[in-house]
Design a protein around this ligand. Structure first.
Ligand code: GAR
Length: 194
């Protein structure tokens, strides 16, 4: 069974969707570790409830990205992680992790990339008054939401759309799409795509 590590910074609803897919047997993977950069994240509670090992860190306590990524890498090796799945992890992945895992790291982003990369993609889409936004799953490289695209799903934005309503629609799509894409990649074998 392939081992995956989930990286999350917030609520972790995608993390939960992945947990449920594993429980149902729809995703054949072992969630070996949660990596979290926010001591107050609800994602941590989810890991505790499910008895999933976690590594939580405060970036401010380290001397830069390399220092905390070295710690993350140690944990990934200890838990023999094969793939990294970013699920609302709000940090760029640095050289330390990319050197070991590039081509084996994926991310989900709440827009149709390359539109609206970075923070608050939902707010950006509403400000731009686009009629369609969506969800993208992509490989992670050194850029901000720039890696090769794996899967996309469009979502229509209605006239009376609010940030909350669009976020809800996006989460619904993400929770269905992400476990499926992870399963597909694990089955087909993720190859290094640089
Ligand atoms: C998700 O909508 C994900 O697409 C987004 O953060 C949310 C996390 O929700 N990620 C990004 O914006 C990455 N640039 P969750 O914590 O409930 O899974």
């Amino acid at each position: 069974m392939k081992k995956i590590a989930i990286f999350a910074s917030g609520s972790g609803s995608n993390f939960q969707a992945i947990i449920e897919a594993v429980k149902k047997g729809e995703l054949e993977a072992d969630i070996a570790l949660l990596v979290c950069d926010n001591l107050g994240a609800y994602a941590l509670e989810r890991a505790k409830n499910e008895e999933i090992p976690y590594f939580v860190f405060n970036a401010k306590e380290y001397d830069g990205k390399e220092a905390y990524e070295i710690e993350i890498l140690k944990k990934l090796k200890k838990h023999e992680v094969d793939f990294i799945v970013l699920a609302g992890y709000m940090r760029l992945i640095g050289k330390t992790l990319l050197d070991e895992f590039e081509g084996r790291i994926m991310n989900i982003h709440p827009s149709l990339l390359p539109a609206f990369p970075g923070k608050d993609a939902i707010g950006q889409a509403l400000t731009a008054k686009v009629k369609v936004s969506g969800v993208t799953v992509h490989y992670v490289d050194a850029g901000m939401d720039t890696g090769p695209i794996i899967a996309q799903k469009p979502i229509e934005i209605s006239e009376q759309e609010t940030k909350e309503s669009l976020q809800m629609k996006i989460h619904q799509v993400e929770h269905e799409l992400y476990p499926k894409v992870i399963q597909q990649l694990i089955k087909e074998g993720i190859s290094v795509k640089k």
